[in-house]
Design a protein around this ligand. Structure first.
Ligand code: NDP
Ligand code: MG
Length: 399
C-alpha cells in the first residue's frame, strides 16, 4: 500500500481517538489529512495541534469560532483550513489527496459522508455500522460502482474478515463462497447479563454505560447493554458479507476475547482472538493487507484461565429479537429500528425513559412503520426521510 492520507470522521470520539493513536505510530506509512468533530472543539484543536492535518471540518460557524479560539498561538503547526457544514464533510472525504476514510461518526448522521467516500472510491474503514444497517444495499452498490475498498472496523466484523480465506476479501458485499457454513458473532452480554430481570426497569445510564470489557462512547455502550448493538451487527454482517440470515449466529462470550468466528463446511472453526481494544481492528484496516503495530499488548491466556459461552437469552434481550425480525422484514424496518433506537437511547441517557422502555419504543415504531415499501428506499434522501418519520413516531411515543 502506498502512503496513506487519512480523513478521520468523528475524530473526537472513542474510535477517532484510537485511530489517531495508531496513525501516530506509523509516520512512514500514513498521515492525517483531515479531522472532523461535532461539539468538542477544544479537543479537536488539541488533536489538530498534535497531528497537523490540512483540513478540519466542523458543523457550523459557531463551532468554527470556538475552534479558532481554542487554537494556541504557540501551536507547533499552522492552523488547518476550517471547513463548515455537512456538505463540506462530503466534499472533504472526496478530496483527491485523501486515500483513506475512517468513518467513525456516530449514528445515522454518519451516513452521508460514508456514502460520499464510497462514491469517491476511497479505502473506507467502516466503524459507522448505521450506514450499513439503514442503507446497506445502496451503500454496497455505491461502493462497488465507485471502486471503493470496504474494510470493517467493528471488532466482530474485522474478526470475521480476518478469518475468511483470501479469496473472500476482494469486493465489498461479494457473496461468501459455499464453503462457509456459518458466521458466529460473539457478544459479551454487557453489564446486565446476570442482573435479576425485576431490577432492569430501575437500572441507570451510568450502570448501562459501565461495560465490563470495552471502553466505548455512551450510545454504543447502552446498545451493548440492550444487545441492540449485536442486532445492528447481525444486519451489518448480512450486508458486508452478503450471507443469508440463517448463516449468522450470535453466541454470548462474556470475556470478549474471541471477537467472532467463521465455521467452514469441513467443520473447521476459525476464530480471531485479542484484547478488547479497538486499535487491533483499526490497525488491521489501516495496514491491510499487511499487519502493523497497534500498541495493543499481549493476550495472556494463562492468567485468563477460561473462556465461557452461552446462548443469548431473548427474554432478557428483546432488542436482539427485534433486530432479527427487522432484518427478516426488510430495509424499511431496519431504518426504523435504528432511528427509533437512537431516540430511545438518547431519552434513556437523559433519564426521560427507563431502560426497559427502550425495546417498547422500538417495537411501537416498527409496528407503525413496517408497511413502508422497501422499493421506495432507493436513495439516501428517501432513507433519511423514513429515518425522520421513525424518529417522530418514537419521540411521540416517549411523551
Ligand atoms: P463517540 O460518541 O465516542 O464519538 C462520536 C463522534 O462523532 C465524535 O467525534 C462526535 O463529535 C461525532 N459526532 C456526533 N454527532 C455528530 C453529528 N451529528 N455529525 C457529525 N459528527 C458527529 O462514538 P464511538 O467512537 O463510540 O462510535 C463511532 C462509530 O463507531 C459508531 O457508529 C459506533 O457504532 C461504531 N463503533 C464503535 C466502537 C467503539 O468501541 N467505540 C466499536 C464498534 C463500532 P463530538 O465528540 O465533537 O461531539
Ligand atoms: Mg462490535
Amino acid at each position: 500500500m502506498s502512503f496513506q492520507q487519512v480523513c478521520v470522521l468523528g475524530s473526537t470520539g472513542s474510535i477517532g481517538v484510537s485511530t489517531l493513536d495508531v496513525i501516530a505510530r506509523h509516520p512512514d506509512r500514513m498521515a492525517v489529512y483531515a479531522l472532523s468533530a461535532y461539539s468538542r472543539m477544544q479537543k479537536l484543536a488539541e488533536q489538530a495541534m498534535a497531528c497537523a492535518p490540512k483540513v478540519v471540518v466542523v458543523p457550523d460557524s459557531a463551532a468554527r469560532e470556538r475552534f479558532v479560539q481554542a487554537w494556541s498561538s504557540s501551536a507547533p503547526c499552522a492552523m488547518p483550513e476550517v471547513r463548515v457544514g455537512a456538505k463540506a464533510l462530503e466534499e472533504t472525504v472526496a478530496d483527491a489527496q485523501v486515500t483513506t476514510v475512517m468513518a467513525a461518526i456516530i449514528g445515522a448522521a454518519g451516513m452521508p459522508a460514508a456514502l460520499a467516500a464510497a462514491r469517491a472510491g476511497k479505502r473506507i474503514l467502516l466503524a459507522n455500522k448505521e450506514a450499513l444497517v439503514a442503507a446497506g444495499s445502496l451503500f454496497i452498490e455505491v461502493a462497488k460502482q465507485g471502486g471503493a475498498e470496504l474494510l470493517p472496523i467493528d471488532s466482530e466484523h474485522s474478526a470475521i474478515f480476518q478469518c475468511l480465506d483470501q479469496h473472500h476479501k476482494s469486493v465489498p458485499g461479494n457473496p461468501l463462497a459455499n464453503d462457509v457454513r456459518r458466521l458466529i458473532i460473539t457478544a459479551s452480554g454487557g453489564p446486565f447479563r446476570q442482573t435479576p430481570l425485576l431490577e432492569l426497569p430501575q437500572v441507570s445510564p451510568e450502570q448501562a454505560c459501565a461495560h465490563p470489557n470495552w471502553s466505548m462512547g455512551r450510545k454504543i455502550s447502552v446498545d451493548s447493554a440492550t444487545m441492540l448493538n449485536k442486532g445492528l451487527e447481525v444486519i451489518e454482517a448480512y450486508w458486508l458479507f452478503s450471507v443469508p440470515i440463517e448463516k449468522i449466529d450470535v453466541v454470548v462470550h462474556p470475556q470478549s476475547v474471541i471477537h467472532s468466528m467463521v465455521e467452514y463446511i469441513d467443520g473447521s472453526v476459525m476464530a480471531q482472538l485479542g484484547q478488547p481494544d479497538m486499535r487491533t481492528a483499526i490497525a488491521y484496516g489501516l495496514g491491510f493487507p499487511e499487519r502493523i503495530d497497534s500498541g495493543v499488548g499481549l493476550l495472556d491466556l494463562a492468567s485468563m484461565g477460561r473462556l465461557d459461552f452461552e446462548a443469548p437469552d431473548l427474554q432478557r434481550f428483546p432488542c436482539l429479537r427485534l433486530a432479527f425480525d427487522a432484518l427478516r422484514s426488510g430495509q424499511a424496518a431496519c431504518v426504523s429500528l435504528n432511528a427509533a433506537n437512537e431516540i430511545a437511547v438518547e431519552r434513556f441517557l437523559n433519564r426521560q425513559v427507563s431502560y426497559t422502555q427502550i425495546p417498547q419504543i422500538i417495537e411501537h415504531t416498527l409496528d407503525r412503520l413496517q408497511r413502508c415499501s422497501d422499493a421506495a428506499l432507493n436513495s439516501l434522501d428517501a432513507i433519511l426521510a423514513l429515518d425522520q418519520d421513525a424518529r417522530r413516531v418514537a419521540a411521540d411515543f416517549c411523551r
